[in-house]
Design a protein. Sequence first.
Length: 586
Amino acid sequence: MPDFFADEIKKAIRDAIFHYLKEHGPEDPLVHELTGHAWHDSISLEIPPDTKLGDYAFPCFSLSKKLKKSPLQIAQELFNAIKKHGIITEVKVTGPYLNFFIDKSKLAELTLEEIHKQKDRYGMGSSKKERVMAEYFQANTHKAMHIGHIRNISLGESLARILAFSGFDVLRANYQGDIGPHVAKCLWGYLNLNGEGRLAKTEHKGVELGRIYTEANSQITGNEGLEAEIREMTKKLYDGDKSIIELWMKTREMCIKEFDSFYKEFNVQFDQLFFESEVEEKGRQMVKELEKMGISKEDQGAMIVDLNEYGLGIYLVLRSDGVALYSTKDLALAKLKFEKFKVDRSLYVVGREQELYFQQLFKTLELMGFDQAKKCFHLSYGLVMLPEGKMSSREGNVILYQDLRDRLYELARQEVMKRHEDWPEKKVQEVALKLTISALKFSMVLREPGKDIVFEWERSLDFEGETAAYVQYSYARICSIFKKHGKKAPSGAELSLLTDEHETALVKLLADFPKVIADSSSQYKPHLMARYAIDLAKRFNEFYQSCRILQEEDKLRDARLYLAEAAQHVLKTTMALLNVDALEEM
RNA sequence: GCGUCUGUAGCUCAGCUUGGAUAGAGCAACAGCCUUCUACUCUUAGGAGAAGAGAGCUGUGGGUCGAGGGUUCAAAUCCCUUCAGACGCGCCA
């Protein structure tokens, strides 16, 4: 709810305490506290667990200690001293709590008029004058995309959108490995597992290459002869050996093309694509610099940064044979981000297993004197598993994206077809695809990032429950009201009519939206936004269920239309921030 | 061995940063309701009636918040111990 209400209540409480003190004890440190600058913070309000108890609550426990009286007594005495005024319509004492009821029509007016004024900009933060780069996805070419990548891109994109909405200047970055042992394995597979024939048969050549990689990898792993062969091929790749470079270029192109269509399907556009090869050389130079600065040193032939005094162990920055490591390249990339792209804040959406690694990276950057190092953040996320028990780990039984997507899509298509027999096939496919991709994104963002999740894919498309479809359906319902009504909500509606508990509950939730933006942005937690979207959809449906709109008499109808339109705006914004499609019919 | 994270209803998960009133959702189960969703009939229109489904809503049942201790007026939340699991701890990314 808007701070305005809390402020008014706090003032009333302060006056009551003053009044109380005047009568009961002339000198008290409390007077000092309440006249100081921080008096505002010394009175803390809470939201009661049930709206029937009140809209705001003031617990009297802390005063109890200072005044040496029971909180129940204090609540009663404050109640006698408090003056109802302005937006406070009622005050009640419930045990040790002083509960306040606020003027609901005032709340509706303030909130809804703000939303109608701002429309899709409602909740948007003012410019932070700060540039943040979010690096995510980081899928390698020549490898299959699996369900973990989906969690990554869904989180990353949603985070980027939330940050941009809350006022940051956001750059989206993707950092991909297009060369290395994994490429060699894929190419070996291409040559030995009938790659040419298989690619000829499919549109999705990148996907097929990924499958070839997976098969090749399982054959090669543990086979010493083949592993030696791969090492040899990897070296040839790095050396630009003509015998293999042409195939590499050709297949690399296929993979990148496949990624492009995937980005399109997922509605993601990167501002900056980085490749490992770009930063390898710079990384090696940076390690030399580190040594000069006395930050790194040689150990067993390799270069390390000893971070033991920070409890971060040893950070290895260069291999003993002088070959660049992931860390070598990341150091250079970070510098590039800070200096060339003028980034003030840098986010990395990467799996949880690299937590220590990123702490080491950030600490090293800090030691090098980069101020931005303090504003680096590793958004780490857990594994995605299916109810069947398979995991998305690198070695384990991988769930390929394409397989899952196709399964989900088929399910969605059947459902849409069943409901709209009159729709042309093309429209069915279009809507089904949107539902599929939205369901995937939403399920991946709904959970707290750090935790492993079990992706209940069969449920993700349900139109009930905590799903994208439920949110989308609620939105479509609102759209359908206005379609039926034939025009938008009129301005100047009598919002004081909105006093039903369901109306108020919806208004309150709408009023909370700016805070949700602020929280999910400052804490890097997109799941707060997803949960809010569910809550809002639910709250709207409750309102819709118990309050008629179009059939009411004009004034009430207009007020409710006004409310519905506000819900529509906010719901649309939440979907945009989650990168979920807002469909007008489904 | 050390470090980080996780453990909440049968299942999937919020809540924990910043301690407060009977610990919340969703799914599944059961019992209902149903308007603006779907479809049928009637109506000049607005709309009305009966019905079904469901992608709506309500209610019911279901919990030692892993266990034990501590701090506090108050602990799912903070601290300690312990059990279980995941991940990490130098030449992978």
